[in-house]
Write a protein that binds this ligand. Structure first.
Ligand code: GLU
Length: 448
């Protein structure tokens, strides 16, 4: 079965899963030259096998809210592919979570994790539980109830979850506590744990910092650097604020952050004091808009950050937050680099548009791989029951992000006919990630 036939099959079978189809197509449409050069992939139906998760586990979560009422949510764990190591990927708690979203995230995670060069497979999970407006005790009860179900299916050598949207170190700690309680094991079954009880230094910063390390390599490839460049960041969560922090540390100028209610624009640029304030504000679930009263700037209710002139954007909020209209505006505003901090923040049409206009584009599975890479370092620290230092983790993260950049750029050079120094990171990253997984599947024969 050719790749195009495999896509048709996915489209027919999963017509009701648009995000998943979008993620599959993005990979499928870029790996053709590699696939053609390896007839064994076709013989062993590697692509057709990879688009079908090993299994999707679906469960019900009953929990009790503060009024003493029973609430019922749905939970999933998509164990997508363990060719390279235990299933690895975050848990997302958000009302938009469904099987399509988790399958898209799990599918992306396979190749992202392969790109890190570390021994981790791909998986994802979560729940349609909405943490917004919930009390501390409700969050705790939900996390306990979620892990009471999930613990049957995860283990340090089988499947290692972590955080994602709606799941930070607080939620990870609650879930880890329940896992320990039920299994009587202190292992690295979940990453993003607090530093001091198994967590790795720098896991919190890793995704945002890693995206900016990737950006530095992209700029260096064009003989540029970040100093003085204007950057638009979307989102105000862990990835966004740490990406913004690293840009500031490298003397770039961050003009925006945003949330579901609007965009904060500060023409003077953020600095460490402002970022610390933003972190605190978000931690306490307080409005971003209050920033204006403290530091000035402008609050644009209901608006995305893409209307401003800048050099670089780091979309770090959520999937499909940048559509074709936004992409047109970005090109008009002179944006030359797009670095995805979130997973699949650009729609397929937006990606086509910016690539057509030669905007340098780093897909999430390459640019935001720093988070899961440090998660894998947390797993190895847990296995040997020792901690690494901040410097050790940071230097590994830098090397991993540079390797991802360089290997994607090399694949672009080998397989893509681009002009004027343009690097096709999307095709390059897809091919490198795909090849690592495909070669393992070929080596295994038909098992896996
Ligand atoms: N949720 C993050 C991601 O999208 C991190 C996953 C992990 O650390 O396992 O890559």
């Amino acid at each position: 079965m050719s790749i195009s036939q495999a896509i048709e099959k996915v489209e027919a079978r999963y017509a009701h899963q648009p995000e998943f189809i979008q993620a599959v197509k993005e990979v499928a449409l870029t790996i053709a030259p590699l696939y053609d050069a390896h007839p064994e992939y076709e013989t062993l139906k590697v692509f057709e096998r990879l688009v079908e998760p090993d299994r999707v586990i679906c469960f019900r979560i009953n929990w009790e809210n503060d009024k003493g009422e029973i609430e019922v949510n749905r939970g999933w764990r998509v164990q997508f592919c363990n060719a390279l190591g235990p299933y690895k990927g975050g848990l997302r708690f958000h009302p938009t979570v469904n099987q399509s979203v988790l399958k898209f995230l799990g599918f992306e995670q396979i190749f992202k994790n392969a790109l890190t060069g570390l021994p981790i497979g791909g998986g994802k999970g979560g729940s349609d539980f909405d943490p917004k407006g919930k009390s501390e005790t409700e969050i705790r009860r939900f996390c306990y109830a979620f892990m009471r179900e999930l613990h049957h299916y995860v283990n340090k050598d089988i499947d290692v979850p972590a955080g994602d949207i709606g799941v930070g170190s607080r939620e990870v700690s609650y879930m880890y506590a329940m896992y320990k309680n039920l299994t009587r094991e202190s292992t690295g079954v979940i990453t993003g744990k607090g530093v001091g009880f198994g967590g790795s230094l720098m896991r919190t910063e890793a995704t945002g910092y890693g995206a900016v390390y990737f950006l530095e390599s992209m700029l260096a490839a064009q003989n540029e650097d970040i100093k003085g460049k204007k950057v638009l960041v979307s989102g105000a969560g862990n990835v966004s604020l740490h990406a913004a922090e690293k840009v500031c540390m490298l003397d770039g100028i961050v003009l925006t952050v945003s949330d579901s209610k609007g965009t904060l624009y500060d023409e003077k640029g953020l600095n460490q004091e402002k970022i610390d304030w933003l972190k605190k504000q978000k931690e306490q679930s307080k409005p971003l808009a209050e920033y204006v009263d403290v530091f000035g700037g402008e609050w644009l209710a209901g608006k995305k950050p893409w209307q401003f002139k800048a050099d670089i954007i780091i979309p770090s909020a959520t999937q499909n937050e940048v559509d074709e209209e936004d992409a047109k505006q970005l090109v008009e505003n002179g944006i030359r680099y797009v670095v995805e901090g979130a997973n699949m923040p650009l729609t397929a049409d937006a990606i086509d548009y910016i690539r057509l206009h030669h905007v340098h584009y780093a897909p999430g599975k390459a640019a935001n791989a720093g988070g899961v890479a440090v998660s894998a370092l947390e797993m190895s620290q847990n296995s040997v029951r020792q901690y690494k230092t901040h410097e050790q983790i940071d230097s590994r993260l830098k090397i991993i992000m540079k390797n991802i950049h360089d290997s994607a750029a090399e694949a672009s050079e080998e397989y893509c006919q681009t002009k004027d120094g343009y690097i096709d990171y999307m095709s390059g990253a897809n091919m490198v990630g795909f090849k690592r997984v495909a070669d393992a599947l070929v080596a295994y024969g038909i098992l896996n």
